[in-house]
Design a protein around this ligand. Structure first.
Ligand code: SIN
Ligand code: FE2
Length: 210
């Protein structure tokens, strides 16, 4: 956290349905939970439906987990890597998602899935829309931990120029309503180091899948 990130407003509407809550999350508390989660379901590079390996390493916690496989995308109750349920969603994760959603204007958000994305410098997440949730009226709540990244917002199609939103440790983005149909991604992550986790960014995205 530097002087400039501290000058950002606490809450900023980026566009209709997209809210940035600057430094909203207590990432020390979140990081305390993560090793135990990843001991049950380690991060792994999933295969895309096109058969390519994704750059970003992923895992999940909660009753359901998002998985990408050569056969397609789905929410699964069992981790395909272990054959066992995903680890339970820690209570402070759940509470954070609920409170952030409320601040973004979405009351009663009870996520049933939390995707854990792990980035190292040089990795990016290509523009996409999240479409595998049953009810797109619920928002997605995205929490940044560790080194910074740039969130890229496009429009209703994949192309065009992105609006770039720098994300720092503790930042939370809530995107719901009309924003659920907006292409977004993460720009190639710059080299940096976090005192607790080193050259890494962990992103939690909370969803209501069912
Ligand atoms: C996502 O778009 O699902 C994740 C974005 C991020 O890593 O911040
Ligand atoms: Fe997404």
């Amino acid at each position: 956290m530097d002087l400039f990130t501290n000058l950002r407003p606490e809450k900023q509407t980026i566009r209709d349905g997209v809210t940035l809550l600057a430094s909203f999350a207590d990432t020390d508390a979140l990081l305390k939970e993560i090793p135990a989660l990843l001991a049950v379901s380690p991060v792994r590079r999933m295969l895309t439906p096109g058969g390519r390996q994704m750059q970003v390493a992923m895992s999940n916690c909660g009753p359901l987990g998002w998985v990408s496989e050569p056969t397609g995308y789905r929410y699964a109750a069992l981790d395909p890597l272990t054959g066992n349920p995903w680890p339970a969603m820690p209570e402070n994760f759940r509470a954070l998602a609920r409170e952030a959603a409320e601040r973004g204007g979405f009351m009663g958000f009870e996520p049933d899935a939390c995707l854990i994305n792990e980035y190292t410098p040089g990795l990016k997440l290509s523009p996409h829309i999240d479409q595998d949730e049953a009810d797109k009226n619920w928002p997605i709540v995205s929490v940044s931990i560790g080194i910074p990244a740039v969130f890229q917002l496009y429009g209703l199609t994949r192309g065009g120029r992105a609006e770039n939103i720098p994300l720092y440790d503790g930042d939370v983005i809530v995107f719901g309503g009309p924003a659920r149909h907006i292409y977004h991604g993460i720009k190639k992550v710059e080299r940096a180091s976090d005192a607790r986790i080193g050259e890494k960014r962990i992103n939690l995205t909370f969803r209501k899948a069912l």
